[in-house]
Write a protein that binds this ligand. Structure first.
Ligand code: NAD
Length: 492
């Protein structure tokens, strides 16, 4: 039986009554006055209305961002001056981490302790790019006696940033920080399920001294506000994080404008556990890998492949530990799995839980946790003996649900690991040095963690292969995405 804590739902004090767009330094409603409902996942209650942006609102935001780019100080400031503003943003985010976490947890259903970690990570993203932009060095090339060639790095213009509802504030910061550090101006379109924490950016940026028009935010549905941003001729860059199917659509819609695209998409990442691995560490990490952040994590290790000689022991211990993962109200510090983001998403995850009962052997969870008859709560659910043809092996569930499959040889493990359309992350558990490196290098994944949990070093490339993405962000790769590198050639 799943471990649970039952307290009572919590509503943060001083919630805003409405969420508006932020355009050219002002909070504004949609031009046609349209709004959409925002609900909290625990009670399912609509707790506020957010402005529903359409093409006209996006046009106004892009025009403001364009003016700020063409005439404003931001792109012309010294990197060191922009860096100071970014550090102030990081300070402000840090000083408000508790409030940010409270709002994020309420709006998204994330456990409060994990939401707090994400708020701090958002501050860290700003600090990281504030430092990186000051240390930026560009190439020069000398052809002795003939030529000197150098790279003139320039911001590109208005960057369109489109973000998903999982860890929304942190993922917004992951795009905002490098886009702003490099001197671009931006229009952010946050996810419609979770607009609450994004509504804090405007105040933070104003207080940090970001000039008006540099940051603009348009709320709204993907097919309206997101679509208008993607199709806007004055937005040369789109950085998108979301589902692979949305990514394909955006790719097609951006094609007529030949935009720069960065696509961080879905995943169905394998964790491969060899018999020689430290099983205690592998079990702890693979539990964390799929149940932290409610399993609503692009890099979740949602398929676990286990070598046959330790398979039965692994499954038994894993199922027992999954049942000890504590499900509870998001604001409760003891909670490890909170509420899924939205009733629609809950239905989707539950449909996979039901499907799994015919595709695999249910060994933990399998429905609502006891005591949570309402709300979007799902017990950590484990299916064993899942064949690679199963939909729960192939499709991204994006919830606290994991499929375990046995393998006999390294070659079979690799085939199974690569047997999906996705290629975001992989986690490899073995104490054999040679196998560890050979396997890691052969697996089709943008990122591999070897005997390790998912811990990011912000300097490393982040991105997926196959249906998990196009392009890389992280460290100087983000700087490259948000800048032109003009080559200037001088004859001596
Ligand atoms: P989603 O694709 O439904 O929505 C993401 C964003 O795109 C939202 O802001 C949405 O409004 C917008 N959008 C939707 N349709 C659009 C359109 N036609 N044009 C422009 N914008 C549009 O994704 P989601 O459900 O919010 O997020 C979950 C997905 O994100 C999962 O697949 C997850 O794996 C993925 N994800 C990937 C990463 C990564 O770094 N690879 C990180 C986090 C989440």
């Amino acid at each position: 039986m799943t471990d649970t804590t039952l307290t009572a739902p919590h509503t943060p004090a001083d919630l805003p009554g409405a969420i508006r767009h932020y355009i050219d330094g002002s909070l504004v409603d949609s031009l046609d006055g349209a709004t959409f409902d925002v609900l909290d996942p625990v009670t399912g209650r609509v707790y506020l209305q957010a402005a529903a942006g359409k093409k006209a609102d996006v046009d106004a935001a892009v025009a403001a961002a364009r003016r700020a780019f063409a005439d404003g100080p931001w792109p012309r400031m010294l990197p060191r001056e922009r860096s100071r503003v970014l550090h102030r943003i990081a300070d402000l985010v840090e000083s408000r981490d508790a409030r940010l976490a409270e709002l994020e947890s309420f709006d998204s259903g994330l456990p409060i302790t994990q939401a707090l970690g994400q708020a701090r990570r958002a501050a860290e993203n700003f600090r990281f790019f504030a430092d990186l932009i000051v240390a930026q060095a560009d190439d020069t090339y000398k052809v002795p006696g003939r030529q000197i060639n150098y790279v003139n790095r320039k911001p590109i213009g208005v960057a369109g940033l489109i973000t998903p509802w999982n860890t929304p504030f942190m993922l917004e910061s992951w795009k905002l920080a490098p886009a702003l550090a490099t001197g671009n101006t931006v229009v952010l379109k946050p996810a419609e399920f979770t607009p609450l924490s994004a509504s804090l950016w405007a105040g933070i940026f104003e207080e940090a001294g970001l000039p008006p028009g540099v940051f603009n935010l348009v709320n709204g549905l993907g097919e309206d506000a997101g679509d208008a941003l993607v199709k806007h001729p004055d937005v040369p860059l789109i950085s998108f994080t979301g589902e692979s199917s949305t990514g394909k659509l955006i790719f097609a819609n951006a094609a007529p404008h030949l935009k720069g695209l960065s696509m961080e998409l879905g995943g169905k990442s394998p964790a491969i556990v060899f018999a020689d691995a430290d099983l205690d560490a592998a079990i702890d990490a693979t539990i964390f890998g799929v149940f932290s952040l409610n399993g609503e994590r692009c890099t979740a290790g949602s398929r676990i492949l286990v070598e046959r000689s330790v398979y039965d022991e692994f499954v038994e211990r894993y199922a027992a530990q999954a049942e000890r993962v504590r499900v509870g109200y998001p604001h409760d510090p003891a909670t490890e799995v909170g509420a899924l983001v939205h009733p629609e998403h809950f239905e989707k995850v539950m449909s996979y839980v039901e499907l799994g009962k015919s595709e695999g052997r249910l060994v933990a969870g399998g429905g609502r946790p006891e005591g949570f008859e309402t709300g979007t709560f799902v017990a950590p659910t484990v299916f064993a003996d899942v064949p690679p043809t199963a939909r729960i092996f192939q499709e991204e569930i994006f919830g606290p649900v994991v499929a375990i499959t046995p393998f006999d040889t390294d070659a079979e493990a690799l085939d199974l690991a690569n047997d999906t359309k996705y290629g975001l992350a992989a986690y490899v558990w073995t104490n054999d040095l040679k196998r560890a490196h050979n396997f890691s290098q052969a697996v089709e994944a943008g990122m591999v963690w070897l005997n390790s949990n998912n811990v990011r070093d912000l300097r490393t490339p982040f991105g997926g292969v196959k249906a998990s993405g196009l392009g890389h962000e992280g460290g100087y790769r983000s700087i490259d995405f948000y800048t032109h590198q003009q080559a200037v050639h001088i004859t001596l």
